[in-house]
Design a protein around this ligand. Sequence first.
Ligand code: SIN
Length: 509
Amino acid sequence: MGLMMQMTPSHDLSFDAVVVGAGIAGLTVALSLPSTLSIAIVSRSFTMTSSHWAKGGMAAARGADDDPAEHLYDTIAAGGALNDPERVALLVNEAPNAIEFLQHQGVAFETQPEREAGHGRPRIWHADGDATGAAIMSALGTRLRATRNVTLIDGTMVELINDDNGVIGIMIGHQNALTLLRSPRIVLASGGATGLWGDHTSPNANLGIGIVSAYRVGAIATDLEFTQFHPTAIALSESPLSLATEALRGAGAWIVDEEGKRFLFASDPAGELATRDKVARAMYRHGGQAYLDARPIGREALEKRFPTFVREARQQGHDPMAAGPVPIRPAAHYTIGGVVTDSWGESNIPGLYAIGECASSGVHGANRLASNSLLEGVVFGRRAARHLVDTPNPVSPTHFPRSTNLPTTAPSRITLARIVDDALGIERNAVAIERALEALTDVTTCEMDPFSAHELIQASQLVSMMLIAARERHGTIGAHTRADEQVEDPHYRLTFAMGSAPRREARVW
Ligand code: SIN
């Protein structure tokens, strides 16, 4: 691992609860806790999270002609029935309340829902068209600024600290200094790990550090082989790629090849309305450059309902009406697996919660249904806040570390991305996975500042966990495609959990 640097925290603060992450899940937790509690939110950015960038909306069966049971059915069908049906029931039944909660925070949802792939009917609620995430985050941010009990702290997670009774604090880094935050309740809302791939739609900073930090203190992680590739990332820039929202296909946009031919029907009768895993796989297998043709939607509807898509494509030099089909390619979009939680969002470590993309709450199965992610953040964020308040104060912690050793060398991000792209793309095979595992043990490291080195070493550990999970999932299901194992093996539907003792758990129903 090279040289280590010993560092002592220069600040030492205490809070009733610490939330790591400033996306929809983190802000929902903070705003749902009583104002009598002192809360810290730690984030490296308060304006650039995946939630801010979310183009889709929130799924909820609210209309007279929709039913949460249908939302449940679509969620489980998209997830390859690997979902935990009780958790999905929680998600869909609490979805209408989640929308009301956000309306109460000032989000102005549109009056008619849209349709997205995988949903049997229109049930996606947008605010500001395809800038729903930004609209929600702006409203929550305004609410947050009006609170007196929430402190916003710039920083990145270095490590979680626990003792025999549960979590007791967290060490964070900012501008080459360490700060110790003492708290018996830590909520990870730190997002996913899709920044590890060369092509991704999330902020570059999403390296899954929350997941691996939880694992390092004994939390269980699962479903790490499931990374969702979004089929319609706009292929006109470097990562992070702009996303052309799935609602475009729901509104009538086509995916075509270089000859202008719609090719998706050859693999699925739902064509453009098949779920993301199927569309991304079909594009990968078809090969060549794919395009999103938004012209069937019509200029007026396109500009009114999808202003962000139109603007971002134009900014990248391509007018979707005048210039025609926009080049697209699948890109890593969402981390389905993560820290295993109960129905309140708590992990197996008392006081340590995980909400949203860093969690494996059981709702998504092998492939997340469109527009269920903002929803998950709100539903489980509110549940975590309720649970956290109802849980009595844990016993006083025993000790805190006086210093932390941080490395000064690590593999570069480019090296890591190359390993990830090679072995954990849309189609996987055992040979590439083994090659990647070997490459990780023998990777060339470079010198860098201790915080970046620490982060990249943790990210490498997460990559090796993802590789092992991908190796152990024989066969193809949802977002995990094994090119070398078409035949379902007997363990095909079992979840591979990694934690204090790696084990398989059945989540079959
Ligand atoms: C999209 O608008 O296609 C993305 C929304 C989501 O990730 O569910």
